[in-house]
Design a binder for this molecule. Structure first.
Ligand code: NAP
Length: 280
């Protein structure tokens, strides 16, 4: 049974708040076995939301996911993404079919647009709706959309069915707290926080390290525990080996106190004004 904290999607379905990312997986054939084993351990620990994309390793990451979930489809909530260059009505459907083949599944649980495309968003939403009707995806969402893009999205026919917006969010990248977070909360649209370790950069912070030492924890656990405190937020660290997966899972047992949070707010101040959405 999954005992992790959960996040509620707009349809009422719940997913684990701590999942697993896969960017850079599948790049090296030598590492594929280790990466699949890491994802499988994550499943054993209840981190059953796995996020991938057609873009990662040109489909290679989806193949690693397929290897990891073989025989365990029912346990997993699969998230994948279509590239903006494929986001036309026909292109989205074709890209999804290819992802389904690589993932070796009948349906993707949540299918996202990787970042805003040149194609009118109404067209991509229409393709998502078609895929949903055909049972090829169960939910759809977007990624790297700022407030103005979300406004545009929910105004098109069917656009209000968006299940999440996946954006960069971690202690060093708090810009979305100024507007996108309140906007999304008000509408019950959960955020999926990518790069929660800031791609490893947060592990070099002295303040984070000091808090980790005080709790007999690690810096990665502090960074993830902070993300997990954010309401209605799914957190998807990428870990390429079992030791990192175990460590990241340990973030669920770490309780940051008010003193820790004050230290973190001083070191990584929340935004005082609008900032452009960050993605690198
Ligand atoms: N929508 C988008 O545009 C977008 C953009 C970026 C990312 N994403 C998604 O979000 C996921 C997570 O973001 P991310 O991969 O950019 O960055 P991240 O999760 O913040 O950091 C990943 C890096 O941290 C390392 N790491 C993980 N756990 C660790 C631990 N316990 N101790 C030390 N190092 C650790 C990983 O190394 P090892 O591999 O060696 O474990 C990897 O180098 C991605 O994999 C992807 O699925 C989406």
């Amino acid at each position: 049974m999954n005992t992790l904290p959960t996040v509620r999607l707009p349809t009422g379905e719940t997913v684990p708040a701590l999942g697993q990312g896969t960017w850079n997986m599948g790049d090296s054939s030598r590492r594929r076995k280790e990466e699949a084993a890491a994802l499988r351990l994550g499943l054993d620990l209840g981190m059953t939301l796995i996020h991938t994309a057609e873009m990662y390793a040109s489909g290679g990451a989806e193949e690693v996911v397929a290897e990891a979930i073989a025989g365990r489809r029912d346990e997993v909530f699969i998230v994948s993404k279509v590239m903006p260059t494929n986001a036309s009505r026909r292109g989205t459907v074709a890209a999804c079919e290819k992802s389904l083949k690589r993932l070796r599944v009948e349906a993707i649980d949540l299918y996202l647009l990787h970042w805003p495309a040149n194609v009118p968003i109404a067209e991509t939403v229409d393709a998502f709706t078609t895929l949903k009707r055909a049972g090829k995806i169960r939910h759809w969402g977007v990624s790297n959309f700022d407030v103005d893009e979300m406004e545009e999205l929910i105004a098109v026919p069917g656009g209000d069915a968006v299940a999440t917006n996946q954006v960069m969010y971690n202690l060093r990248r708090r810009g979305i707290e100024y507007d996108l977070v309140p906007w999304s909360r008000q509408r019950g649209i959960p955020i999926m926080a990518y790069s929660p370790l800031d791609q490893g950069r947060l592990l070099r912070s002295r303040e984070i390290e000091q808090i980790a030492v005080r709790h007999n924890a690690t810096s990665a656990q502090v960074a993830l525990a902070w993300c997990l405190l954010q309401e209605q937020t799914m957190v998807i660290p990428k870990a390429g080996n079992e030791a990192h997966v175990r460590e990241n899972h340990g973030a669920l047992s770490l309780q940051l106190d008010d003193k820790d949070l004050a230290v973190l707010d001083r070191a990584f101040a929340p935004p005082a004004r609008k900032k452009p959405l960050e993605s690198t």
